[in-house]
Design a protein. Structure first.
Length: 418
């Protein structure tokens, strides 16, 4: 019995040591989370992580998740269960929720002076709350009107320059086998993102300037909602999603003639449907009336560091140098090789004039980006009210005026709880 007791004691000691060793190993890892990128983008991350791990004792492990899962609740679930990443990509739609929740590490004390000067002021403003820089901007993706040049030419349709022309073009281009236009129809942050330029160009805003009341119960907001409602209810826009609104395969495969989406579409088509590039055209989203001021939105994910990380200095260093190293090679490759995006770093655009002189990068740099505003970030309750209003006009036969009134009531009711 004495021998059994001794053996049992040894086993317990070894188990304890193993537990401590495992915990220590976990403590010596920086967890880095992203959504799943296309296969051609993965080498960017693989190379950076490998370079970091070769020169640092604290190792980085990257984990990627399917788009729907990552843009759902995977991050908040990880934080709730104690399995939060140290560094993670965050969308503008979710940015404020994590910022106001105290889940983002302030980074201003870690950011080098050269980077503070290189990144555009509007990009810093978009990631700053109460004087704290709470993530690192690394891309800008304006939303535009993509169109099939061949289909428009065959139908005798000009690129629309007003909303009446947009509806008429969508109608003329709609057939039994294709839709005239694609707009996002899933009720989510992305639908809001693409809708904002229409709201802004109509003269509307979601909130008043001091964020104390809704600003949407107006004829301007109603007009923007009615446009989207008309496109879907009349059958000119697809009423359903393929599951990937940002990269809808119906556009390059001839099932739609126009597509409201972002800069990323070009890189996706170039790598997946290269033969379609010759048919591809791009233009500003039209304003309500020809000659009105053009406006669009630019999005772009940013890098956040979890406020609860056990390695704040290392996590900040890893996050900043991914796209913000003084040598801007990685930032340039992200924008021009692995993707088609505008960089928030002025040096990237200045150092690559040949790239930004080519189609469609010249259009984005010279014509689209000057009209762009950063994607606003709202609490989830307000974001939900946006897509509920859009869904009402598209699918519930609600007028723009009634949807705008209900939208404002939801926002103001929420604000009373803050």
């Amino acid at each position: 019995m004495k021998r059994v007791a001794i053996l049992l004691g040894v086993v317990l000691i070894l188990a304890g040591l193993l537990s401590v060793s495992t915990a220590a190993a976990q403590d010596n890892v920086l967890k880095f989370w992203t959504f799943e990128y296309a296969d051609n983008v993965d080498p960017f991350f693989d190379q950076y992580v490998a370079e970091w791990n070769a020169s640092h004792d604290l190792q980085v492990e990257r984990q990627e998740f399917p788009w729907a899962q990552y843009t759902g609740e995977i991050l908040s679930t990880g934080i709730d269960t104690g399995d939060a990443p140290d560094v993670f990509f965050i969308s503008p739609g979710d940015w404020r929720r994590y910022a106001e929740g105290g889940l983002a590490l302030p980074l201003q004390d870690y950011i080098p002076d050269y980077l503070k000067e290189d990144v555009l002021p509007a990009s810093w403003d978009a990631v700053t709350l109460n004087g704290n820089v709470l993530s690192l901007p690394f891309e800008m993706e304006p939303v535009v009107l993509w169109y099939n040049k061949t289909m428009l030419a065959e139908a005798g349709v000009e690129v629309p320059t007003s909303w009446d022309e947009l509806v008429a073009a969508a109608q003329a281009l709609t057939t039994e086998d294709r839709y005239g236009i694609l707009i996002p129809t899933n009720p989510d942050y992305y639908e809001n993102f693409v809708f904002y330029p229409f709201l802004w160009m109509a003269g509307g805003e979601v909130m008043n300037q001091d964020f104390t009341a809704a600003a949407v119960n107006t004829p301007e907001a109603a007009r923007a909602l009615d446009l989207w409602g008309t496109l879907v209810r009349e059958g000119y826009a697809a009423p359903n999603s393929t599951g990937s609104d940002p990269t809808d395969e119906r556009f390059p495969t001839g099932q739609a003639a126009m597509f409201v989406s972002g800069y990323w579409v070009y890189g996706w088509i170039q790598s997946t449907y290269p033969d379609f590039v010759q048919d591809l055209g791009v233009a500003n989203i039209p304003a309500p009336n020809a000659g009105d001021e053009l406006k669009t939105v630019y999005g772009g994910w940013t890098v956040k560091v979890y406020s609860g990380t056990e390695h704040p200095a290392e996590a900040a260093d890893f996050a900043i140098n991914m796209f913000g190293a003084e040598d801007n090679t990685r930032a340039t490759e992200w924008a021009t090789v692995y993707n088609t995006k505008l960089s928030p770093r002025a040096s990237v655009i200045a150092d690559n004039p040949d790239f930004y002189a080519q189609f469609p990068h010249d259009v984005f740099a010279n014509d689209i980006f000057p009209t762009a505003r950063p994607e606003p970030s709202y609490p989830p309750e307000i974001a939900q009210s946006v897509w509920e209003a859009i869904q009402d006009v598209m699918f519930n036969n609600v007028s723009g005026a009634d949807a705008a009134a209900a939208w404002a009531e939801k926002i103001d009711s929420y604000l009373l709880t803050r």
